[in-house]
Design a protein around this ligand. Structure first.
Ligand code: ADP
Ligand code: MG
Ligand code: ZN
Length: 484
């Protein structure tokens, strides 16, 4: 098929019209709630846009790319618009999937177009939604090439981002994704999207604040208790809450009421929950309880282990795409080398969640499968890569270098080994995991009361962090200390 180059150009240019310019003036940070950390980070971006000279004159480098990471509906797009609104600058918005269409070369010409327009209007913001649609890791396509069109688009994006530093134009590129683990590492290098801002599902007080924002637009009855509604909607993202308020208003209108009543909300919650449960994003009471004990199990074991960092936060607000709850451990220092002890401690911490389920409920759920995967991978690496097994000795049983792109910590395929060696490796890996599991069980049995107390508290508050958490975890008794 013959297509002349003019047709190509016009395809590239035509999409330029989808960029929304400057009409975001009305949205500001007051329209976004429940994501305070993300807001704090973005305030700085607003200041750069407002007064670039203040920063450049003392020699500070203006950030070029900020990546908003978080599950769907948490307010990433809204935040990007609020940044533009606060700074009072134009906002060019396009979605990653719009870049990549069937004609080869169109994606990259659209990128060029977009940046050309933006440079003319600087200072301004370019917002790329669904960055993963263009920025997928080239490695994730497998060994033999991938989608050429997407790769060209990605390369063009990288070129543009590297290029406009030289021009001195204040263009800040914001992008959003809910799949950061699939992004090409080249996108995350310094000078590109080197800042990442987590936009997570809101906790109880965040949900209350979001409900307050959205219910301003509807007439509320005197009996409305937004706090009670927030309490009943764990796992809801901002978009779910906005949807909830609207559903309640629709029900009120259908019931010929003049104001929205609490019972409209009750019914709306059921409807929205039913929808979300299908997408398996909302937990029932029983599940919530299991997740709470599971996370506290990680935290208790983790608090005793060296090498896995200080436990800073436990949460049963579902986060990201898969995790139902999470325990956040921050390293106390940058670590490049890990001792055998520390690795064993990490494995025990990973197994702490499942061990708590065993002790409290006598049964285990599928929720721990990712922990088990990671624990097994670590144990396998100890044996096959780090030479930490007495039986197998200091030999490397894996092929080549660790293939480390973002978020991939699975070991490489094994070398060809004899069936006996393979058997011995399996035995060793199993031994390491089992002894870590026993250690975790011992710790949790010894601290069972504390496990109960913290879990009940967590069920109530959904998040425990900071000094309150440190104080609770300070009470954990270690098995060794009790034995001696
Ligand atoms: P995302 O881009 O993360 O998928 P959006 O920004 O598109 O989410 O959110 C869709 C809508 O849901 C918003 O326009 C807003 O009405 C509501 N919403 C989402 N998150 C929030 C929040 N944190 N605060 C207030 N409203 C929110
Ligand atoms: Mg969005
Ligand atoms: Zn877990």
């Amino acid at each position: 098929m013959a297509v002349d180059s003019k047709a190509f150009l016009s395809i590239g240019k035509s999409k330029a019209k989808v960029y929304v310019e400057g009409d975001s003036g009305k949205i500001t940070f007051t329209d976004v709630a429940g994501v305070e950390e993300a807001k704090t980070e973005l305030v700085e971006v607003v200041e750069f846009l407002k007064e670039p000279l203040r920063f450049t004159e003392i020699g500070a480098r203006i950030p070029k790319g900020v990546l908003l990471v978080g599950p769907p509906g948490t307010g990433k797009t809204l935040l990007a618009k609020a940044v533009a609104g606060e700074a009072g600058v134009p906002f060019f918005s396009i979605s990653g999937s719009e870049f990549v269409e069937m004609f080869v070369g169109v994606g990259s010409s659209r990128v060029r177009d977009l940046f050309d327009q933006a440079k003319k209007q600087a200072p301004c913001i370019i917002f790329i939604d669904e960055l993963d649609a263009i920025g997928k890791s080239r490695a994730s396509n497998g060994f033999y090439g991938g989608n050429d069109e997407r790769e060209q688009t990605l390369n063009q994006l990288l070129t543009e981002m590297d290029g406009f530093a030289a021009t001195g134009a204040t263009v800040i590129v914001l992008a959003a994704t809910n799949r950061p683990e699939t992004l090409d590492p080249a996108l995350l290098r310094p000078g590109r999207f080197d800042r990442q801002v987590l936009v997570d599902r809101p906790d109880l007080s965040g949900r209350l604040a979001i409900l307050e924002i959205h219910s301003r637009k509807v007439k509320l009855g005197a009996d409305i208790d937004l706090k009670a509604i927030a309490t009943r909607t764990p796992g809801f993202a901002g978009a779910d809450l906005a949807n909830l308020v609207n559903e309640a208003a629709l029900l009120a209108a259908r019931n010929k009421r003049l104001q929205v009543a609490q019972e409209d909300f009750a019914e709306a919650i059921e409807r929205v929950v039913a929808g979300l449960e299908k997408k398996s994003r909302v937990l029932n009471e029983k599940e919530k309880k299991i997740v709470a004990y599971h996370e506290v199990g990680h935290a208790l074991v983790g608090s005793l282990m060296t090498g896995s960092g200080k436990v800073e936060k436990i949460s049963i607000v579902p986060r990201g795409m898969a995790a139902l709850g999470y325990t956040l451990q921050l390293p106390t220092e940058d670590r490049f080398l890990m001792s055998e002890d520390e690795l064993q401690g990490q494995i025990a911490t990973l197994l702490g969640g499942r061990s708590a389920e065993e002790i409290i409920f006598g049964s285990i759920t599928t929720g721990a499968s990712n922990d088990l995967q990671r624990a097994t991978d670590l144990a396998e690496r100890m044996v096959t890569t780090y030479g930490m097994s007495k039986v197998l000795g200091p030999l490397a049983y894996q092929q080549g270098q660790q293939n480390m792109y973002l978020g991939n910590e699975a070991p490489n395929p094994r070398r060809m080994v004899s069936p006996q060696t393979a058997e011995a490796i399996d035995q060793e890996v199993k031994g390491i995991v089992e002894s870590a599991h026993n250690h975790a069980l011992e710790i949790l049995k010894l601290n069972r009361e504390l496990l109960e107390t913290i879990s009940i508290k967590l069920l109530d508050k959904e998040v425990i962090e900071g000094s309150e958490l440190h104080e609770l975890l300070g009470q954990v008794k270690s098995v060794e200390a009790v034995a001696s």
